[in-house]
Design a protein around this ligand. Structure first.
Ligand SMILES: [Zn+2]
Length: 211
């Protein structure tokens, strides 16, 4: 299967679903990670994102919006639709729409609109970059056991040295991995909300392929 993850900034896909990306790639699926913005210090952050994707086994794509100034307008809707139409994913991941960061909300809105224009045929899953601080009212429908690839996920997150991800990871994402694990019965988990109208693809494919 073809999997596309669209995140607002370099480090969002890695911290929110880096374990799931690693598992999907390991199971032989084609995984593309698209970054809506390249962040301030775009050159540095682009290099960090490329390295992170290499570690996770994904291909990086940069959609070239500006960090903190992402736009939602007709041209941007068109751009996202064209991108996803060309990539033709079977599974699509993006930001949960209730989020304190404007770029995260904009990213979610652009992808949701494109998903509808693609006929809602793609399995759409929402991820949580920082629940409690950024993503809110997030009630997961799907969990992925990321215990086997946790170290690789962390390695991919920590290459974002310009964001000092290593320094605050344990206090934020580390807690989320533990808490979502407690909810789902795994040691460490990532959690998702599946759009109820999307194609009936369950993330249990990971359990079957990676057992
Ligand atoms: Zn972000």
């Amino acid at each position: 299967m073809k999997v596309v993850i669209v995140g607002a900034h370099p480090d969002d896909p890695e911290t929110a679903c880096g374990g799931t990306i690693a598992l999907l790639a390991q199971a032989g699926h084609e995984v593309v990670v698209a970054y809506l913005t390249s962040g301030e210090a775009a050159e540095v952050r682009t290099q960090e994102a490329l390295r992170a994707c290499e570690i996770l086994g994904a291909r990086a794509v940069f959609l070239n919006q500006i960090d903190g100034q992402s736009e939602v307008n007709n041209a941007r809707y068109e751009e996202m639709s064209c991108f996803l139409f060309q990539e033709k994913p079977d599974i699509l991941f993006t930001h949960w729409s209730i989020d304190s960061h404007r770029d995260h909300r904009n990213c979610s809105s652009l992808v949701y609109d494109a998903w509808m224009r693609l006929g809602r045929q793609v399995a759409l899953f929402y991820f949580e970059p920082m629940t409690g601080q950024q993503s809110q009212n997030f009630a997961p429908s799907d969990y992925v056991d990321v215990t086997p690839v946790l170290e690789r996920k962390h390695e991919a997150c920590f290459v974002h040295e310009s964001q000092h991800v290593r320094d605050w990871y344990e206090q934020v994402h580390g807690r989320m991995e533990v808490f979502r694990g407690m909810e789902s019965g795994y040691k460490f988990a990532e959690a998702f909300v599946r759009h109820i109208q999307s194609a009936d693809v369950s993330l249990t494919i990971l359990r079957e392929n990676c057992a």
